[in-house]
Design a protein. Structure first.
Length: 437
């Protein structure tokens, strides 16, 4: 699945949009505003391909049409285009009625004013706030404000490992700490195969990994007022630790510096790489011919001990949110559609198909979500995951720091060692870039 969001050019445009009045969307209203018969829906690419998503979603949208008489015009938008498309829609007015967004964008898009706030009245239209898992609601907008979107698919990071490669290397159990992962990775990085896969040119994946490592170092990328603190000792240590998996530890292939489109999952599926850190990867592995019995899953490592709250965070709160353009000409139909997509029944169907965790409490009780992978993800979300900073310039953060990590991976791929000064220099550039926007 294309779980990871590669932010295309255009994220910086959010800064300009914050001061503007959003135009909203909702361009399709057959039958007039009194009885609109059509909704437009931009879905994110969750499955192995866009065509697979269409095949998965179309029968469900037909159910909604049968129940309400409202036809849904579906477009599945690639992650590489989604944020730019959304930003363009907020200024042009040529957007959809309902759309999926990466949950890390919630606060940035909230700041544009384009999305419908989910206040108490709107929450009642979907059964109330209490239906949703609280950790998932933590990535729906800035603290103290009504959410700008609702959770649709919840995910967390896990460590996936190749059982046969572990057995051949004499490794009896998955690593629980980073030192153990490095030790295992060194044993596995032999004869053209590598211990760990990475996506060095995938800006959002870079952010997700270094955010978690920063938490483990007792640091964050923003202070309490929302000011960037990219060059603090903890954040510098986190970025260096991540890049050193290629530069120093030599457990990540140099070619991974150029990966940005889930190539690390392909390498894992083809037995080229023994471990990968990813969100709900089972569907992708299966689509690439890997049987469930061939891989195992464990919590992402921590510095020492076991995952938990505070500095033992081992995942960001990952997932997809569903939002409504507040200027939709069919707000009633749009909220009905969100209610349908977040209903217990649809959550069971869609999350089971996509291999994600339902953010709706009642749906999690279904036995389909008890398989080993989802148990790890559920436990992580409940006990050791943290939301990325819910600040208006979060998307610019993904771009600025994501590019800094990308640049460091490029140096490492060329054989250079990475010093603390190198890391601090790149993060200083990122901080200056944020300040200039």
């Amino acid at each position: 699945m294309r779980r990871i969001r590669t932010v295309a050019g255009g994220a910086a445009v959010i800064t300009l949009l914050v001061a503007a009045t959003a135009c909203g969307g909702g361009t399709s209203t057959d039958g007039g505003s009194e009885s609109p018969k059509t909704l437009t829906y931009w879905a994110s690419n969750q499955g192995p391909s866009i065509e697979a998503d269409k095949k998965i979603l179309t029968p469900e949208l037909k159910k909604f049409e049968k129940q309400t008489g409202i036809k849904v015009k579906l477009e599945v938008v690639p992650w590489s285009d989604l944020l730019t498309r959304i930003l363009t829609a907020t200024t042009s007015g040529q957007g959809p009625d309902v759309l999926n967004i990466g949950n890390t964008w919630s606060s940035s898009l909230q700041a544009t004013g384009a999305l419908l706030p989910w206040d108490d009245e709107n929450f009642e239209k979907v059964g109330g706030r209490d239906r949703f898992v609280e950790s998932a609601l933590g990535s729906t907008g800035a603290e103290g404000k009504d959410p700008a979107a609702l959770p649709l698919y919840s995910m967390a990071y896990a460590l996936y490992y190749n059982k046969a490669m572990f057995k051949d290397a004499g490794i009896e159990k998955p690593p629980a700490t980073w030192d153990e992962l490095t030790e295992a990775g060194e044993k596995l990085s032999q004869n053209g195969k590598w211990g760990l896969g990475a996506e060095g040119s995938n800006l959002s994946n870079n952010i997700h990994q270094v955010f978690v490592l920063a938490k483990q170092h007792g640091a964050d990328f923003f202070d309490a007022s929302g000011k960037p603190t990219f060059t603090s000792d903890g954040t510098v240590a986190a970025v260096k630790q991540y890049v050193d998996m290629m530069a120093k530890d030599k457990i990540v292939a140099p070619g991974n510096a150029e990966y940005a489109q889930n190539q690390s999952l392909s390498d894992f599926s083809k037995d080229k790489t023994a471990m990968v850190l990813w969100q709900a990867a089972a569907t992708t592995f299966k689509s690439q011919g890997m049987d469930d019995e061939e891989w195992g899953v464990a919590p992402v490592p921590v510095q020492s001990g076991a995952p938990g709250q505070g500095e033992q965070v081992n995942s960001m709160v990952a997932g997809i949110n569903i939002a409504v353009f507040k200027n939709s000409k069919n707000l009633d139909g749009a909220t009905k559609f969100v209610n349908f997509m977040t209903s217990d029944a649809e959550q069971k169907i869609l999350c089971q198909t996509y291999g994600s965790v339902p953010p709706v409490k009642a749906a999690q009780d279904d036995p389909a979500f008890d398989r080993p992978e989802l148990k790890v993800l559920r436990e992580t979300l409940a006990t050791s995951a943290a939301a990325l900073p819910q600040v208006p310039n979060e998307s610019q953060f993904e771009t600025a720091v994501g590019n800094a990590v990308k640049a460091l991976f490029a140096k490492a791929a060329g054989g250079a060692s990475i010093s603390t000064a190198d890391v601090k220099a790149e993060l200083t550039k990122a901080e200056q870039q944020m300040a200039s926007q």
